[in-house]
Each structure stands twice: as C-alpha cells, then as structure tokens.
Design a protein around this ligand. Structure first.
Ligand SMILES: [Zn+2]
Length: 365
C-alpha cells in the first residue's frame, strides 16, 4: 500500500492486510466501521464549497471511519473533511504577547499569591507547590513552575515537575494515610481548562477509590486479562505497532491512539515512573509544541495507588495521556454534545501524528 493510503480513512483495508495474529489481536480490541456520507448541494453553493473544501466531489461523498475500543468503549469518528470546514476567523491576537502581558500574576510570586498545604510546600529545582484555593478533592495541590510561559520547558524542568508532584503526594499521604489515589494533570492555556495562564500542573490525592475514568481503565484491563489471558496494555501497543502507529523511547511505549478523546491524542505506557518516562513525556510535548504547532493541551498521569488498597491493580502500568485542545484563538469549543454524550469527533489523523512523532523523536535523539 502506498504511503498516501496509509491513513485513517483506509483503516479497514490496513487491518485486512495485517498478519492473521495481528488482525485477530486488533479485532479483539477495536471495531472499525466505514461509511460514506452523501449530499446534494445546490448550484448556488458550489463556489463556496470549492473555496472552502477544494472540490465539490470531496463534499458530495465523504468517508467517515468509526473506531470503537471494545474493551474501554472509547470511540472516535474520523472525517478528514471536517478539518477544512469553515470556522470563525481567528482574531490576530498574538499569543506570545498575551502570555507576556500576564507576567506578574499570582503564580509569579507563589509565596504571596497562593496558599500552602497543611504540611507546607514542596520546593523543587524549578518549581514550588501550593494548595489549590477551590479544591476538587481533600488534597488538591499545584506545581507552580518558576517559568511563567507554559509553552517554555526543558527536559530537566519537566522531570522536576513530576518529581515535585510525587514528593507532594508522599507528604499528603503522611498527613492522611487514607488518601492513596494520586492523580497528576497539566492543563496548558485556557482552552484546556487552565484558569491561570502561568505554567503549572495540578495534582490530587483521594480516598476511597480512584477517579471514575482511571478505575474504569483498571476494570477494563482486568476483564480483558480474564477473557483473553493476555495483558491489555501490551496488546494495545502491539495493535498500534502492527499498523505503524508507535514509537519507542528507551523502554517507554508511545502510541498515537486510534480511539482518541480529542485531537492528536498520544499515550505513553511504561512499567516505571523513572527518568526514561519523564524524558519521553518531555520529548512528546516538545514535538507537540514545535512540530505539531500545539498551543493548548491536557496531560494526565494514571498510576497505581501509592499505598496498599483492597482492589487488584497488579499489572497496571504508568500511563500518560496527552491531547491537543486546539487553537487558543478559536472561540468554538472543541467538545460538544457528541464528545460529552456520544463519541468523539476527530479531524486529525493518528497516522500523521505517529509519523510526525517518529520523525521528531529520531531527530531529538
Ligand atoms: Zn506568571
């Protein structure tokens, strides 16, 4: 198959062409349905359609690929045409200027502008923790970066942010032994939900059970192992690798996910939360910002509880999920009723993301 046809629009054909073992593994995890959407446009619309979508034919017959992860029931609807649909015209506000004009925000002086946790602050090499003012859990903290600009980060800094967050989790656990479920997230710029522009991560340490999405993934992987006798995360990676959707960075497995929650979702899987994983996160983020032009993103870390709990977490790896939240100048929200209540509608092609990522990672090496 030529390179041009190695795209999400041809996923069904690509799966048909896999070796029998790979295909069986793919079909255990994913279901793919391809359909054609057709329409008849009046003469009066033809010029407009050609101007925005290139050709009349591209709009009159549109290929839509629906990918469902049968194990987690995550699903995506891919239609490349939607990438070129008309959106509100961007205003010319220069993002860099906006970021600069916010210097002097409360996070620029965290000791004066933010509260501390009951156990105090954890000081990293390039950051300091704070207690979140309006909490979503008993322990809800921030890693406030020394660097104001959230799009400027080095490998050393990213590693330090993770280390400081984990140190915070241990402090919080010492303060409350019942709090065991750690969740780390990074919302970058306002489209991702960040209310403060200044670079920061957030983390929580919860009681009772993990957050619903994390618990759902644990249960899904456990049921997969019971049903098929193999490891879900290993098989998920193997399926993506067979299709050319993966990269490896030391022992970290990086995949361009076929059922992304939103645009360009990349998942990193590792058995250890070590330097390799933190470096790989940095390298993927660098590729997001520099090669893919991402400005606003969400990052989440899923991991086992930090102390013993009754339920079975054996084999659950460290999972980092990173997703592009779109152009900060765009007023149209990327999440609508489809994403909230049905399936995610995606315009980016995981095959293109994988290619860009593989190239960027090999150049960074
Ligand atoms: Zn600042």
């Amino acid at each position: 198959m030529s390179d041009a046809s190695r795209g999400i629009a041809n996923l069904e054909e690509l799966v048909q062409a896999l070796a029998p073992d790979d295909r069986a593994r793919f079909e255990r995890i994913f279901k793919v349905t391809t359909t054609i959407g057709e329409l008849k446009a009046p003469e009066t619309m033809h010029d407009w359609i050609r101007k925005y979508f290139g050709s009349l034919e591209a709009v009159q017959k549109q290929r839509i690929v629906k990918v469902t992860n049968l194990i987690t029931l995550e699903a995506a609807l891919f239609n490349e045409l939607r990438a070129s649909r008309p959106m509100e015209v961007k205003d010319a506000a220069d993002l860099e200027q906006t970021i600069l004009s916010n210097v002097g925000d409360p996070f620029c002086k965290p000791l004066e502008g933010t509260p501390e946790d009951v156990f105090g602050r954890v000081k990293g090499k390039h950051c300091i923790t704070a207690s979140n003012v309006a909490k979503y859990d008993g322990f809800h903290g921030l890693v406030i970066f020394d660097q104001h600009n959230p799009l400027r980060f080095t490998a050393d800094e990213v590693q330090d942010y993770f280390d400081t967050a984990l140190c915070w989790a241990r402090e919080a656990h010492c303060a409350d032994k019942e709090a065991r479920y750690f969740f780390l997230m990074w919302n970058c710029l306002w489209r991702s939900g960040a209310s403060i522009l200044h670079g920061h991560m957030q983390m929580t340490l919860g009681r009772g059970m993990h957050y619903a999405r994390v618990e759902h993934l644990r249960r899904s992987a456990l049921l997969y192992k019971l049903a098929h006798g193999t490891d879900y995360f290993g098989d998920l990676y193997a399926v993506h690798r067979a299709l050319g959707l993966t990269s490896e960075d030391e022992d970290v497995r990086i995949l361009s996910y076929l059922a992304p929650i939103k645009e360009r979702e990349v998942i990193l899987v590792s058995q250890h939360l070590d330097q390799n994983l933190k470096q790989a996160v940095y390298r993927v983020l660098k590729c997001f910002v520099e090669a893919l032009g991402v400005r606003s993103f969400n990052l989440a870390l899923y991991m086992q509880p930090i102390d013993s709990v009754p339920e079975d977490w054996s084999g659950f790896p460290f999972v980092v999920r990173i997703v592009d939240r779109g152009d900060p100048n765009n007023k149209t929200a990327d999440f609508g009723a489809m994403e909230l209540y049905a399936s995610s509608v995606i315009t980016s092609d995981p095959f293109q993301v994988a290619q860009t990522l593989a190239k960027a990672l090999s150049q960074q090496a």
